[in-house]
Write a protein that binds this ligand. Structure first.
Ligand code: IPM
Ligand code: MN
Length: 355
C-alpha cells in the first residue's frame, strides 16, 4: 500500500529515537512491499528557534494532509523559562487539538525478559497487560488560564459529549480484550469527575452491558496500579490523571522509554508518540531507549494504516531484540552490557529483515 506519514522529530532525544523508528518503518516497508512517503517537519522548540512558532502553519498542514503523524518529543530548558511567551508544549497541545485526536491509547505490557528491570517485584509484574485510554483534548490542559500578581487559575471543563466519546473508545477496546473497564476520577472532590462518573455509568449500561465497569478514585488507582497491576484490563480517565498515571505505569514495564502511544480521533488518521519527554539530561549521548518510538510505529501501522500483520511483526522484533539483551542503559541487565540507541534500532532491524 501507499501512505503519507508526517514525521516530527522535535527536541532533545526526539530526533534520536525517531531516527530508529524510521529505520524500522522503512525496513517494514521493504519487507512487506509498501511505499511510505515520509515528510519531516519542524515542531516544538526546534520550530520556535526556526520561526518563533512551535507549530508552524506548514507543519500543521503537512500533518493534516498525512495518513499518520510520527512524533518524537518536545521541550527543554532552553524554552521553559517561567516568563517564556511561547512554549514547545503549546505546539503539542495545539497539534492534538487540531488533529482532533481525543483518545490517547497507552498500552502497558511487561516483557518477561525485563522482569528484573523494574523497581517492582517480579511476582507482582508477571502477566501485566493493560491499556490506558487517556482523554487528550479536554480538561485542565485546555481550560482558560489566568495569572495576576497574586494568583493563578487553570480551569477544568468536560462536556457530556467529550466524556461519552472517550468512554465509548475505552469500552470498545475492553470488549475486544478481557471485558473489564475501570474509570478513574476524583468524584469525591471534583464536579467534572461527578459528571464523568454519571456519563460513564449511563453509556456503559445502555451500550456495553457485557463490559464490567468499576469506578475508582485516582488516588486509590495510583496505589492499586502498583499493588495489583495484573487485575487491570482497560482504564479510562481524563487528561491530567492519565498523564500522571501512565508515567507511573511505565515502571511496570521497566522504563518510561518503553511505552508507545496512539492518539486517535474519528477517522483513521492518528498521532503516534512515545509517552516519554525530550529528556534533555541524556540528549545527544546516543543512549535514549528507542523502543517506545519503534512500538509507536507499530501502533501507527495497526491503527492508521490497517497493517495488523506488519505491526505484530515489528512488535515481535522488538520483543526478540530485548530478550536477546539488546537494551539501552535504562533497561540493561548491567552497565557494561548496555547498547546505544542506534544499536538497539539495528537489533530490531535485523529481526525484521530476517522476517
Ligand atoms: C505526555 C507529555 C505531554 C503531556 C507534555 C509534554 C505536554 O507529558 O505526552 O505525556 O502532558 O501530555
Ligand atoms: Mn506525560
Amino acid at each position: 500500500m501507499k501512505a503519507r506519514i508526517a514525521v516530527l522529530p522535535g527536541d532533545g532525544i526526539g530526533p534520536e529515537v525517531v531516527a530508529q523508528g524510521l529505520r524500522c518503518l522503512r525496513a517494514v516497508a521493504d519487507a512487506f512491499g509498501h511505499e511510505f512517503a515520509l515528510t519531516e517537519l519542524p515542531f516544538g522548540g526546534a520550530a520556535i528557534d526556526l520561526c518563533g512558532d512551535p507549530l508552524p502553519e506548514s507543519t500543521l498542514k503537512g500533518c493534516l494532509e498525512a495518513d499518520a503523524v510520527l512524533l518524537g518529543a518536545i521541550g527543554g530548558p532552553k524554552w521553559s523559562a517561567p516568563e517564556a511567551r511561547v512554549r514547545p508544549e503549546q505546539g503539542l497541545l495545539g497539534l492534538r487539538k487540531a488533529l482532533g485526536v481525543y483518545a490517547n491509547l497507552r498500552p502497558v505490557t511487561v516483557h518477561p525478559a525485563l522482569l528484573a528491570s523494574s523497581t517492582l517485584k517480579p511476582g507482582i509484574l508477571e502477566g501485566v497487560d493493560l491499556v490506558f485510554v487517556r482523554e487528550l483534548t479536554g480538561g485542565i490542559y485546555f481550560g482558560e488560564k489566568r495569572r495576576d500578581a497574586h494568583s493563578a487559575t487553570d480551569v477544568c471543563t468536560y462536556t457530556v459529549a467529550e466524556v461519552e466519546r472517550i468512554v465509548r473508545v475505552a469500552a470498545r477496546l475492553a470488549r475486544q480484550r478481557r471485558g473489564k473497564l475501570v474509570s478513574i476520577d476524583k468524584a469525591n472532590v471534583l464536579e467534572t469527575s461527578r459528571l464523568w462518573r454519571e456519563v460513564a455509568t449511563r453509556v456503559m449500561r445502555a451500550e456495553f452491558p457485557e463490559v464490567s465497569l468499576e469506578h475508582m478514585l485516582v488516588d486509590s488507582a495510583a496505589m492499586h496500579l502498583i499493588r495489583r497491576p495484573r487485575d487491570f484490563d482497560v482504564l479510562v480517565t481524563e487528561n491530567m490523571f492519565g498523564d500522571i498515571l501512565t508515567d507511573e505505569a511505565s515502571m511496570l514495564a521497566g522504563s518510561l522509554g518503553l511505552l508507545p502511544s496512539a492518539s486517535l480521533g474519528e477517522g483513521t488518521r492518528g498521532l503516534y508518540e512515545p509517552i516519554h519527554g525530550s529528556a534533555p539530561d541524556i540528549a545527544g549521548q546516543g543512549i535514549a531507549n528507542p523502543c517506545g518510538t519503534i512500538l509507536s510505529v507499530a501502533l501507527l501501522l495497526r491503527h492508521s494504516l490497517g497493517l495488523a500483520a506488519e505491526a505484530a511483526a515489528l512488535e515481535q522484533a522488538v520483543s526478540e531484540a530485548l530478550a536477546s539483551g539488546a537494551r539501552t542503559p535504562d533497561v540493561a541487565a548491567s552497565h557494561d552490557r548496555a547498547l546505544r540507541t542506534e544499536q538497539v534500532g539495528e537489533a530490531v532491524l535485523d529481526r525484521i529483515r530476517a522476517g
